[in-house]
Write a protein that binds this ligand. Structure first.
Ligand code: PHE
Length: 344
């Protein structure tokens, strides 16, 4: 009997079981009603009285060891099974994530930039806090030009020759491009601009522009007209007509204001175009020789054109939203109208 106990003890020690089923089989084999240890317990009844104490002790130890080993294997097998089949149902659909959408101003800005990219223009960006030189001086603004006065410009620092200010147009980026890039230059400059204006349906102190600059040999007003016509047709449809009205900007000569034919009434006259059949979209002109000179470009050899438009203005025309303030208030009901408008 002693050998039998030792034999089983050894087997128990060596016992390995991977699955829950194997553990259960081992339990039955050793500790079940007809198990090997149970059988030894039966035999124990017939053991000589002087050996009972010793064998009883051994048998008890064996039973405890067997139970402990089985418990330990059982726990390990359960953990392994749990790792394979987690309690969560991984096939359940997840919680919906409320996705935002692009802001209408971003959509239109991207559309404008993409059209000019197709024409071969690069994109240039520059600082929003600028100096007087890049916003005004290099652009041929005479020293007492009204645009320099406090009512238009937010100054960040004053009192010295070249004060810091919030740029009032992205033409400053065009100056920086002329200073740093080789000719020919063909860039569009999208960005935020700032003007000290009372907020109303038609004006805001912050808005967005895309301005463009093209400088090369023999660039003419005809090139400008063609570039703008192609842009207008990409933006507002292939039937779109443009017209140019003489205007004034310090940095262009000659200068013009561009209107597109109203794509809502097709030129017949409606409340969007105020009965005229035309909508104003941008300013433009041939770069003034003084501007070229200021950035070290020889106006005898090179010429160029520039244009600039307000992104909100184009968005207003595109979606007939006639109050500029909607674009800045971020009212979800307004923004959701554009959730599916990402056609760019
Ligand atoms: N910079 C002008 C503005 O902000 C727009 C413009 C750009 C006009 C280039 C002509 C040429 O109003």
């Amino acid at each position: 009997m002693k050998e039998a106990i030792e034999q089983i003890l050894k087997e128990i020690e060596d016992l390995k079981a991977a699955s829950q089923k194997e553990v259960e089989e081992a339990r039955i084999r050793f500790l079940g009603k007809k198990g090997e240890i149970t059988a030894l317990m039966e035999q124990f009844r017939g053991v000589a009285p002087e050996l009972k104490r010793e064998y009883g002790q051994k048998l008890n130890d064996l039973k405890k060891a067997a139970q402990a080993k089985i418990d330990q294997l059982k726990e390990a097998a359960e953990q392994a099974a749990e790792a394979i089949t987690p309690k969560e149902d991984l096939s359940m659909p997840g919680d919906a994530f409320p996705l935002g959408s692009r802001h209408p101003v971003s959509i239109v800005r991207q559309q404008i930039v993409d059209i000019f990219r197709k024409f071969g223009y690069d994109v240039a960006e520059g600082p929003e806090i600028e100096d007087d030189y890049h916003v005004f001086e290099a652009l041929n603004f005479p020293p007492n030009h009204p645009a320099r006065e406090m009512q238009d410009t937010f100054f960040v620092s004053t009192g010295h020759v070249n004060p810091l200010l919030l740029r009032t147009h992205t033409s400053s980026v065009q100056v920086r491009t002329m200073e740093s890039q080789d000719l020919p230059i063909r860039v569009v400059c999208p960005g935020r601009v700032f003007r000290n204006e009372a907020i109303s349906a038609r004006a805001h102190c912050i808005f967005h522009q895309v301005e463009g600059l093209y400088i090369d040999k023999d660039v003419t007003f005809a090139d400008l007209k063609q570039a703008i016509l192609l842009f207008a047709r990409e933006m507002f449809g292939p039937e779109t007509q443009i017209r140019m009205r003489p205007s004034y900007f310090p940095f262009t000569e000659p200068s013009a204001e561009v209107d597109v034919s109203c794509n809502i009434c097709k030129g017949k006259g409606c409340n969007i175009c105020k009965g005229t059949g035309w909508l104003e979209i941008m300013g433009c002109g041939m770069v003034d020789p003084n501007v070229l000179k200021a950035s070290g470009i020889d106006p005898e050899k090179y010429s160029g054109f520039a244009f600039g438009m307000g992104v909100e203005r184009i968005a207003m025309l595109k979606w007939q939203v006639n109050d500029l303030r909607h674009y800045f208030e971020n009212d979800m009901r307004f923004l959701q109208e554009f959730a599916t408008a990402t056609e760019v």
